[in-house]
Write a protein that binds this ligand. Structure first.
Ligand code: SF4
Ligand code: SF4
Length: 336
């Protein structure tokens, strides 16, 4: 059986998505590839090949001597300074990395952006962006990056954006398996070309703080156990990802660890215009409400819920540990 050849290259990123895939469990990243006949031709951190061997591999792909099924790019594409790409030259050559990425992308059957930097520009694009970082087919929310909006791969798919900062190891593995089986089509991608296998969910789904959310029992400071939407900047009701269903490292999520969801799978998450740990409000009402609920309904439901909040949740929401357990329920004092 012909292996499904993938090549993984990095440009303007921190390497966190590679670290993330190394945390895949049951099976691990390498076993997942092997079991599914996916052949990792080269990875900057995982491969033993020398620089010369790597450059020979690139040449062989560009000369059509080795077939490339999926080009995986981690990190944003560095166009600076002044669109010359000289800020990132492929080591051992004089070629700007963006040119190499473009050339290989046009040879590969599929192009995969691993993480939000490669997808949309991400953290590397934040602020004045002196490196002129962009995504493979997006520049922030705008379609059109290294490739323009009309670009598609040999199977008529756009760049597949496995967004996340970092991305979840299983989002990567699952997408590569779908591609290797020829089972990923346009219907499998959302409006930002992210795999719907994880973006058909909200981070809010399965959050361990859901009971607090239902009664609008909110955290007011870091380490509180309550819902982090009202005061602590949580965007879980808008963020498209299954982080609280498909846990990280088999066990946790940002919310379980005490951190608000900052919607890292979305373009321009890196510059919310305020602190990540604050909820911007108008007249005391959070600006970022659940995307699929009319604002008036939310406000009405929230005031009803607040009127009915059990004492257990009110107290525990602003504590760093359970102060009142469900077993301590006392009807008389419950709504004090
Ligand atoms: S902390 Fe965030 S994700 Fe969790 S219940 Fe509250 S709004 Fe939803
Ligand atoms: S919970 Fe939110 S910020 Fe955390 S990894 Fe998931 S999408 Fe990103």
């Amino acid at each position: 059986m012909k292996p499904f050849n993938i090549l993984w290259l990095q440009s303007g990123g921190c390497g966190g998505c590679s670290m993330s895939v190394l945390n895949a469990e049951s099976p691990d990243f390498y076993k997942s590839l092997t079991y599914n006949h996916i052949n990792l031709l080269w990875h900057p951190s995982f491969s033993e090949a020398s620089g010369d061997e790597f450059l020979a591999l690139i040449a062989a792909i560009e000369n059509n001597d080795i077939h490339l099924d999926a080009l995986c790019i981690e990190g944003s594409v560095m166009m600076g300074p002044l669109d010359s790409g000289r800020f990132h030259i492929l080591s051992g050559t004089r070629r700007p990395m963006f040119e190499v990425i473009k050339s290989l992308s046009n040879k590969a059957k599929h192009t995969v952006a691993v993480g939000s930097c490669a997808a949309f520009g991400g953290i590397t694009m934040a602020g004045p962006n002196p490196g002129e970082a962009i995504g493979l087919q997006y520049e922030g929310k705008q379609i059109g990056g290294l490739h323009d909006s009309s670009w598609s791969d040999k199977t008529n798919l756009p760049v597949i954006n496995i967004a996340g900062c970092p991305t979840h190891p299983n989002w990567v593995i699952e997408t590569l398996i779908q591609l290797s089986l020829g089972e990923l089509n346009k219907q499998c991608l959302d409006s930002l070309n992210r795999p719907r296998s994880y973006t058909d969910h909200l981070v809010h789904h399965g959050c361990p703080r859901n009971e607090y959310y239902e009664f609008k029992a909110s955290a007011v400071q870091a380490s509180d156990q309550g819902c982090m939407m009202e005061n602590m900047g949580c965007l879980g009701t808008q963020a498209r990802a299954d982080c609280n269903i498909r846990l990280w490292n088999g066990d946790g999520s940002c919310l379980a660890g005490g951190y608000a969801c900052i919607n890292c799978t979305a373009p321009e998450f890196e510059e919310p215009g305020h602190s990540f740990t604050e909820t911007p409000k108008i007249a005391g009402i959070p600006i970022g409400l659940p995307t699929d609920m009319p604002k008036a309904w939310f406000v009405a439901l929230a005031s009803l819920a607040k009127a009915a909040t059990p004492k257990r949740l009110k107290v525990n929401a602003v504590s760093d540990q359970i102060k009142i357990s469900p077993g301590q329920y006392n009807e008389k004092s419950n709504h004090e």
